[in-house]
Design a protein around this ligand. Sequence first.
Ligand SMILES: *Cc1c(COP(=O)(O)O)cnc(C)c1O
Length: 485
Amino acid sequence: MPSITPETFRQIGHELIDDLADFLTRLENLPVNANSTAPAIREALGTDLLPEEGKDPATLVRSVSRVLQAHSCFNSHPGFMGYITAGPLPIGILGDLLAAAINPNVGAWQLSPVATEMERQVIRWIAQFIGYPEDAGGILVSGGNMANYVGIWAARRAMGPADIQQKGLKAGPRQLVAYVSQECHTWIQKTADLFGIGTDHVRWVAVDEERRMDVQSLRAHITADRKAGYQPFLVVGTGGSVSLGVVDPLEALAEVCQTEQLWLHVDGAYGAPAAGLPSASSDLKAVRLADSVALDPHKWFYSPLEAACCLVKNPKHLTDAFSYRPAYYSFEQGEINLVDFGPQNSRGFRALKVWLSFQSLGRLGFIELMEKDIELARYLYERVVQEPELHPFKTALSITTFSFVPHGGDPTDLAFLNALNKGIMEDLQAGGAVFLSNAVVDGRYLLRACLVNFRTQKRHIDQLVELVVERGRARAGARPSVDHS
Ligand SMILES: *Cc1c(COP(=O)(O)O)cnc(C)c1O
């Protein structure tokens, strides 16, 4: 059996680090997205038959690194502006390697004394960064969806019938209902299903012309629901919507929740870190008023996947929801056992990569990177405004949305324009220079660039604009012209 001796480990490791350093240097010259087909990737990976005998580890690591570099979609590439997934800070990459080497199980203090203390510290730093109470409870989880589940889990325990953990769906005489805006991300449906609330009991509150939750409608829904015998328990505000980067009127939502005695959860998976910027709006800063906040270090804190965080203002609400003390765990009572603060049992060392990033950049370093992302999104908006064929829709936080309308084209001909803009996005994704995604607002298909990418520069934005115009013209020119006059 080819085992790895300490000496081989050292050699393979050195070679791998050299290989990755080269990869990061060459990244800009690679296509953002290899656009490989599944058959091509399967061929590169080799047979589906489980290997009977082991192979030489040095060759394996070398060849799998080649396959990954040849066939992946690189969110670290400066042209990647498609989804809110950041390329990782190099120190985070090293952090994950170190974390795996020590491999603490961060469910129990005893099994992970340093790692637990680092996670506790990271939670506090995140809270300090966004202006959230420093004595809040918190936990790191895998992603924004999970972080939102944790918040709602705590909310349901705190606001639902006292015996909801015991009686489940049969607890309490009244059906729980939750309020979200029409821009809310799909985690809410999964959560409503998972916690037995049911998607029929999620109220999709109307948005204003800025796509922010309409507070009057929210109030009207709550009143109507109380009258009809429901039990409102939760308002979800979004701090940076996934499509457009819009921030709900969080200050006003906090006020409604205060008067109505409801839990305010803020989905800040994308945008909550921006609450720590000097330029943050008063609404974004109002995340501090939320009972719970979800945010993703693997988005705007540039951490490698996966790292998300749920902060809960009163730590007791987390332990009320998650702490059970079975006989088979005799963990010390005095210290924090993170198993009591979240849904996971065995837990990995996510905190290290985030901890290292905070230490190496500091608060000011993060502010600089995030402000640059916002600046680039605004620069894109200005470029769009200058191009006669490009129609700006919005720029909010670090997301800019726009569309291509050909010279003489009818801006109300949505069927044509939507197909055209979808085609442009597909051309760009296939081209490999830049990677965009889309948003759909009131039936209008928009091109969407979101910047959580510390490698992107103005020239990549210029290139994006040129490519969109070029592809738009090529596609519109290929269409038999229609006389709209
Ligand atoms: C990205 C995002 C999510 C989901 O987060 P994941 O980390 O992808 O699970 C939820 N809400 C918003 C607003 C997001 O931007």
